[in-house]
Design a protein around this ligand. Sequence first.
Ligand code: UD1
Ligand code: CA
Length: 459
Amino acid sequence: MDVRAVVLAAGKGTRMRSARPKVLHRVHGLPLLEYPLRALAGAGVSRVAVVTGHEAEAVERSFAGRGFTFVRQDPPRGTGHAVMVAREAIAGADTVLVVNGDLPLLRAESLRALLARRAAGDAAALLSVTLPDAGAYGRVVRGADGGVARIVEARDASPEERAIGEINVGVYAFAADALERALATLRPQNAQGEYYLTDVVAAIAAGGGRVSAVAAADADEGRGVNTVAELAAATALRRAARLHGLMEAGVAIEDPASTWVSEDAVVAADAVLRPFTVIDGASRVEAGAVLGPFVRLESASVGAGATVLDHCLLRECQVEQGATIGPFAHLRPETVIEPGAKVGNFVELKKTRLGAGAKAPHLTYLGDAVIGPKANIGAGTITCNYDGHAKHPTAIGAGAFVGSNSTLVAPVTIADGAYVGAGSVITKDVPADALAVSRPSQVVKEGWARRRRESRGKH
Ligand code: UD1
Ligand code: CA
């Protein structure tokens, strides 16, 4: 069966009351449109046309480079019109899946169930759920034979039809030829003056094609997002499902109520997520790592047995096994903390490699630096990596010792085993095993303080 999909993403999403197109609003960290696209991929459907219209460029940019075909619908004149403009993209298919772009809880299994109905000979199959209060959804009207006779939109429904609890989710599998013929019959004669895709169902049924409704495995799959509140409700469901899955797999989540783990993060069994831990983006957390409380990762990785203590932010960086971070550390992009290294409180690292077993325990900024294994970076050490125009590197060798409150003016190298005296401003390279001290030498004036006190007492 040659299956192609059309995903509808051209609508403005008026009820969001936002300048941003609805399908780019985020549900649990990902754009709304990502979810139906992932469901299609999960069902093995790879030829996907996305219909864009409102803010089309922004939508296309967000999903570029992934093999989708974009079709412009300008202006959007209804869901039926959206499929009409995608005709070329689906030409030659046997079966066309049409999926509303605003379904954040849709599952691949449901798409497969619709394709199975098509394989069994139905001219069309649509996904439905039954709700206690069907609200603004389109209602599934069944004929005498139990098959689907038509879909009626809530605003066009009679009171009897409005009482129907079975709703149209907005996911359909059509025989391509039946769809093609039915689209030609659509007229915008309804409450919204739009071409309704849902009218295709009645046309196919009236022409003798069998139309079935497949109940979704989970009623939440029917949640189409139209408002900001529905967006938040979908996020809550996605988030709960995600945390539940991780706990089932052995991740120790101490407080699910305050923990977030993105859809794309990978967290191993026996990782410990303490309260208020937020793992965003494509982060990785290995077994035995302990994070939190109050830690955020943004596409960062934390190795086995590493510890990230309270109030740390780790962005696009890598913490290797057994390292210790925080409390109150900020690790910025391209930072690598090698095994067993330690980053302490009020330390910021940017584009810096801290060697195995090295330590930067307190109050330090290290930027564009490479620090060898077992080096010790004293409290208050600052790399001056920026001269107002360009960034410059600092190299600190294995086992080097940088005394507290030192200023390293880059580009500069402190070679293996060298010492820097506390409070130094280092502007020249320090050879291996040398001591560099650069500060005014100390002056001691014997009895000065006593003389001062005594002279004051006279007046
Ligand atoms: C639609 C269905 C309704 C169903 C509901 C499920 C129609 C006529 N009605 O209603 O039966 O219960 O979804 O959530 O289809 N879109 C376009 N171009 C357009 C209009 C819409 O691409 O011209 C896209 C939107 O971006 C959105 C999807 O189609 O992703 C659904 O549109 P929306 O306006 O939300 O449809 P509903 O009124 O909710
Ligand atoms: Ca909708």
